[in-house]
Design a protein around this ligand. Structure first.
Ligand SMILES: Cc1ncc(COP(=O)(O)O)c(C=O)c1O
Length: 405
């Protein structure tokens, strides 16, 4: 028996998906032409599943800062933040993030995944209570395992359920940390943060908000959901990533918490991995400045999000509860989802196929994310493909007409 035989059920499911056409989990772009277009099998494809919310991956200033840094500092740090891997730029980026969020402290991690892993597992441990929204990202669940804390899940976006579960804890010893996301990565819905904050206050818990998908998207200054909901003062910790709005890779944790820097010597995902290359730090710092200075990017992103969400809904597709840069179309079953995903690609549209167990309520999804860089014409083209395929595959009522924008 081979070591990997235990994954046979996954292998069979994956083979089934691949048999239907292209491999959705191993798409190999031959080129990336812009934040919104790629090349696949020699064809131009609209990129509609990249999390490139502000479209900054080809920003000339970010590219220039990155090129200059690689020449000056080399290709990598070849070491941990804890040892030789902290250069001037890493510290400058931490200062810039702390100042952007109006917080005393910031820590930069090598990925957003590690920011959750390292932040959460440094904050709670054995004997503490970690209270998670049931639809939390895998990095939050993995952080829970690493932390060895007692994990309590509450129903997705349900502050009453959160309250009940915290009340049930009574006077049990140990710290309490609630973790929620700003915008949820699969359906694009936002957390009811005001209500969650009210529960947190009453029950004396700490609150961490993962703003991975909401930084640069929500809030008057782009700080995320906590800013948009007006509750920043009640959010104790914010996690974010550089791999979405900031167009690079990396993650961070910011806070006003006393003794914050202790995390630098107890957080294993911070200590036992190499730090970010200087080129990434430089482009991220430049992208953060752009995010701060150019609120038009958020305006364009919101307009594109509205256009796609309204267009899909008007066609008759089941989408998330409100317009959001992430719009997921719920498919009736996995086979249809895979067929649609292939047909969309054949018709020049790339988005993400998301299948159980990685999706809320185990529903197969066609998950898209728009960018400030998409043009209204590109979104119209995507909607036209959805309209046609919806008819071809019998997913939409006959002669459904799309409202013109
Ligand atoms: C909510 C959430 N948190 C954290 C992460 C991890 O971020 P990264 O991909 O930058 O490691 C993701 C990634 O998609 C995410 O959706």
């Amino acid at each position: 028996m081979g070591l990997l035989d235990k994954h046979a059920s996954y292998r069979d499911a994956y083979s089934g998906i691949r048999a239907a056409g292209a491999d959705p989990f191993n798409v190999r772009f031959e080129g990336v032409l812009s934040p919104t277009e790629g090349l696949l099998d020699g064809r131009r494809i609209i990129l509609l599943g990249t999390n490139n919310y502000l479209g900054l991956t080809f920003d000339p200033d970010c590219i220039e800062a990155s090129a200059e840094a690689v020449r000056k500092w080399g290709t990598g740090t070849t070491g941990s933040r804890f040892a030789n891997g902290t250069f001037k730029g890493h510290a400058a980026l931490e200062d810039a993030l702390a100042s952007f969020y109006g917080r005393k402290h910031a820590m930069v991690f090598t990925t957003g995944y590690q920011a959750n892993l390292g932040g959460i597992s440094g904050l709670v441990g054995r004997g503490d209570h970690l209270i998670l929204d049931a639809d939390s990202h895998a990095s939050i669940y993995d952080a829970a395992r690493l932390s060895q804390s007692e994990v309590i899940r509450f129903r997705h976006n349900d502050p009453d359920d959160l309250y009940k579960r915290l009340r049930r804890l009574g006077d049990a010893p140990g710290g309490r940390l609630i973790v929620v996301e700003g915008i949820y990565s699969m359906m694009g819905d936002v957390a009811p943060l005001k209500e969650i904050v009210a529960v947190k206050r009453e029950m004396g818990a700490y609150l961490l908000v993962d703003e991975a998908h909401s930084m640069g998207v929500l809030g008057a200054r782009g700080r995320g959901l906590a800013e948009a909901a007006g509750v920043e003062a009640d959010v104790d910790f914010i996690v974010g990533t550089f791999s979405k709005s900031l167009g690079a890779v990396g993650g961070f944790l910011v806070s006003d918490e006393d003794n914050f820097d202790l995390l630098r010597i107890v957080s294993r995902p911070y200590m036992f991995t190499a730090s970010l290359p200087p080129a990434v730090i430089a482009s991220t710092l430049t992208a953060l400045r752009r995010l701060e200075e150019d609120s038009d990017l958020r305006v364009r992103l919101a307009a594109n999000a509205d256009q796609l969400w309204n267009g899909l809904r008007a066609l008759g597709y089941a989408v998330g509860p409100h317009a959001s840069p992430i719009t997921a179309v719920v498919m009736p079953d996995q086979a249809t989802a895979v067929t649609m995903w292939n047909a969309l690609l054949t018709n020049g549209v790339y988005l993400n196929l998301a299948v159980p167990p990685a999706t809320p309520d185990n529903r197969p999804l066609l998950r898209s994310s728009v960018s400030a860089a998409h043009t209204p014409a590109q979104i119209e083209a995507v909607l036209a493909v959805f309209a046609q395929l919806g008819q071809d595959f019998g997913l939409l009522p006959k002669r459904a007409r799309r409202a013109t924008a």
